[in-house]
Design a protein. Structure first.
Length: 253
């Protein structure tokens, strides 16, 4: 009898451990099936439920963005693409779909030109995710330790030189990997980006309805949150323009 109870408890433990994974996979398959049948509303509902139940996922955000795009809900599509990109900045498909969706928005904002080295820095940083940079940093640091051992304990001068120069390279790679990873983690935690979610919004010079009208933004435009004051958000556009809008008109990425 005790043996049977033990087996039952083990089976229950295994079921509790793996059931959420199986349930999630079944929901994903159901959403993919709905999408393939062009039942985009059902796919959206399932993907939204998956995010609420299991938390953030770059893949789910990407698929949800596709479903919203198919229903011509461009602001929601861009929002979810941007969230996917925030989690997986090296995904070229997400970047392509963001640009595709932006073509359907009204505002065509040209980003301010950056210094060439800043562009290179960002392009390298966005090759992979923060977790991948962390892994690269650990591998490079362990390799650096190996080079130190080679340098201090090798009897041959040639190997000492190899250990010395490779050690310098690996420690530099470790530093850069940690900087890139830290920047991406910061972007994930701060989430400064936001998407306009009203058809039109008038940007004000101050956090007040009586403030001077500066310019108008339309649904789907990406902005960056600089600060908050009550029911207002100070925003900055990619072209450098700054102003205030009601916080109800934007959704944080």
């Amino acid at each position: 009898m005790k043996t049977n109870i033990g087996k039952i408890l083990i089976l229950l433990f295994i079921q509790c451990l793996f059931f959420p994974v199986f349930a999630q996979e079944e929901q994903i398959k159901e959403a993919e099936s709905a999408y393939a049948k062009e039942d985009y509303s059902k796919a959206i509902s399932i993907y939204e439920d998956l995010l609420k139940t299991y938390g953030n996922s770059a893949e789910i955000y990407y698929n949800l963005g596709n479903a919203y795009y198919k229903t011509n809900q461009i602001a929601s599509a861009i929002l979810n693409y941007e969230r996917a990109l925030l989690m997986n900045p090296g995904d070229g498909d997400v970047r392509f779909n963001i640009e595709l969706a932006k073509q359907k928005t009204t505002d065509k904002i040209e980003p301010v030109d950056e210094f060439i080295f800043a562009k290179w820095f960002k392009s390298i940083q966005n090759l992979v995710s923060a977790d991948t940079w962390a892994t690269i940093g650990i591998i490079c640091f362990l390799s650096f330790i190996g080079c130190l051992i080679l340098f201090f304990f090798s009897k041959w001068m040639r190997l000492k030189k190899v250990g010395f120069y490779l050690g310098i390279a690996f420690i530099l790679l470790t530093v850069f990997a940690n900087v890139f990873g830290a920047n991406q983690k910061k972007a994930l935690s701060e989430r400064r980006g936001a998407i306009i979610f009203t058809p039109t919004v008038t940007v004000k010079s101050s956090p007040d309805a009586s403030g001077t009208d500066l310019f108008i933004l339309h649904e789907g435009t990406k902005v960056f949150i600089k600060s908050s004051l009550g029911e207002w958000k100070e925003i900055e556009l990619e072209d450098g323009n700054i102003g205030w809008i009601p916080k109800k008109d934007v959704v944080i990425i």
